[in-house]
Design a protein around this ligand. Structure first.
Ligand code: CO
Length: 504
């Protein structure tokens, strides 16, 4: 009989080989969205499909299943090994529910759908995207059925990004947003408005880029273990903790586009670089969930990057990069500009208050598409109706409306709610960090982020998938997700910025 240690080594080798295939396909996907010439699309689709089906085969083989079963009976494994085996067994059960044919079909359709989305955006025409999207929705419905669910088919898809999340849990979160955020929004509307004019000047591409690299380095992003490039839609991917790729986008007439996407993706990147390298390819070497991933990007982007202390430290440096544009703009004016609240059309450029209405709208649409109460062809009309209802604005075309996000072209239904969860976790974690790290405020003001990064490494990054989001949150803050932290955080922040007096 093989010893537990021998079995565990066999298991590790198998999982790491599957990870090699997975990360190889991540390189191809990264390339597809950064440098690949348009004519490469067709062959790239089949290359990705081949890698995906091979990895799927390895992770669903009967031999691997027996190995996991055997390992589960061994009591002499250490704690780390037991956790890896437990999580792998859960993944195995889930993976077995999708046939190799289904996985290959999904991979091919994803490439087709992504290219249709790019084409539709170029032509500013949703009807170019609609046929592929209709096929994608049908396939996602089939996926929900294959996974199985108790209450709502959307639950099966949510679970992929946020284990344990469901319509029953999210409906109350979004009801809270529907009830409380309009009150704050009304207070802000009634106050003296702040201007973000200073962002809308000509900012040369190269200087924007150079400052973004400065900021990433200050945050602690290791440029020897990662890089930044341009893409249509900013994202972060990694091939190991030692090779993490960030992408950003630039608009020379609007500095906000690159600045916030860079800090945001930098937060994601720090999480990836902080995952334990010795757990490569194993569950404890991967991020907890998308909600927790997003908590890291939101914490850096909003709690740090849009804070007064951050700019008290960084603003003089920024002025050196852009003396003509910002030489005569005070740090107080710039700080307010960073936090201007205004209902708008584009999610990724939304402020911290109205952002969650953008997510709410997508949540309601996805639920309807998956339960079958909304057809893809009716999407633009529904989109415009909900934007008018919640934000009082309506898109003038598809590009600023229903075609703005890449997610549906990737088949990522159930992903959007993790953005709101991320902001809420971020507020709760940052509240705790301020209590745990003495002098944090002064450190942020001095551009010293080492202690904060260490705190995040120790409390979040090092654990990989060992705990669920809720378990992790409870370990860090003493309780599960509590929306009150986020509500308090934004109320305090905007009371100050908009000089709102007298709480309601
Ligand atoms: Co993000």
């Amino acid at each position: 009989m093989q010893t537990s240690q021998e079995l565990y080594i066999t298991y590790t080798e198998l999982l790491q080989k599957a990870a090699d295939l997975y990360y190889a396909s991540a390189v191809l996907q990264w390339d597809q969205e950064t440098y690949m010439p348009p004519k490469g699309a067709e062959h790239r689709a089949r290359q990705l499909a081949t890698l995906a089906s091979q990895a799927h085969e390895m992770l669903t083989s009967d031999a691997y299943g027996s190995l996991l079963n055997e390992l589960a009976t061994r009591n002499d494994l250490d704690d780390t090994a037991k956790n890896n085996v437990r999580l792998s067994a859960e993944d195995y059960t889930k993976n077995k529910k999708l046939s190799p044919e289904f996985v290959e079909e999904m991979s091919k359709l994803t490439s087709e759908c992504f290219n249709a989305w790019i084409e539709a955006r170029k032509k500013n025409d949703f009807t170019v995207f609609a046929p592929s999207l209709t096929k994608m929705i049908a396939l996602k419905k089939r996926q929900a059925e294959l996974y199985g669910y108790t209450n709502h088919p959307y639950d099966a898809l949510l679970d992929e990004y946020e284990k344990g999340a469901s319509v029953a849990i999210l409906d109350p979160v979004f009801s809270g947003i529907k009830e409380q955020l309009p009150v704050l929004l009304a207070q802000i509307k009634a106050a003296t408005q702040v201007s973000c004019e200073c962002f809308h000047q000509h900012f040369p591409k190269q200087q924007q880029w150079d400052f973004s690299i400065d900021v990433l380095k200050s945050m602690g992003f290791d440029m020897e273990a990662g890089r930044q490039d341009y893409s249509e839609h900013p994202f972060t991917t990694s091939f190991s903790p030692a090779d993490v790729r960030l992408t950003t986008r630039v608009d020379e007439e609007n500095y906000a586009s690159l600045l916030w996407s860079c800090i945001h993706e930098g937060g994601h990147g720090l999480y990836e670089q902080g995952l334990p390298e010795e757990q490569y390819g194993l569950p404890l070497g991967a991020a907890t969930s998308l909600g927790i991933h997003e908590s890291q990007s939101r914490l850096w982007e909003n709690c740090i990057g849009r804070s007064k202390d951050f700019w008290l430290g960084f603003y003089p440096k920024l002025q050196q990069y852009f003396p003509e544009q910002l030489g005569n703009v005070s740090v107080a004016t710039f700080y307010k500009a960073c936090n201007k609240v205004e209902p708008s059309l584009i999610r990724t450029e939304a402020d911290e208050v109205t952002y969650h209405f953008h997510v709410l709208i997508r949540y309601e649409i996805e639920k309807a598409l998956i339960e079958g109460s909304l057809d893809a062809k009716d999407l633009p009309a529904k989109w415009n109706e909900l934007y008018t209802k919640y934000l009082g604005v309506a898109p003038v075309d598809d590009k600023t409306g229903v075609l703005q996000d890449v997610h549906w072209s990737h088949g990522s239904f159930g992903y959007f709610p993790t953005y709101t969860l991320g902001s809420f976790y971020a507020a709760q974690f940052y509240h705790q960090a301020q209590q745990d790290i003495s002098g944090l405020k002064e450190q942020v003001r001095a551009g010293q982020f080492g202690p904060l990064l260490q705190w995040l490494r120790a409390h979040v990054h090092q654990y990989g998938r060992r705990y669920t989001s809720e378990e992790l949150c409870t370990r860090i803050t003493g309780k599960g997700l509590d929306a009150a932290y986020f509500m308090q955080y934004i109320q305090d922040k905007y009371n100050d910025i908009y000089e709102i007096k007298g709480k309601q």
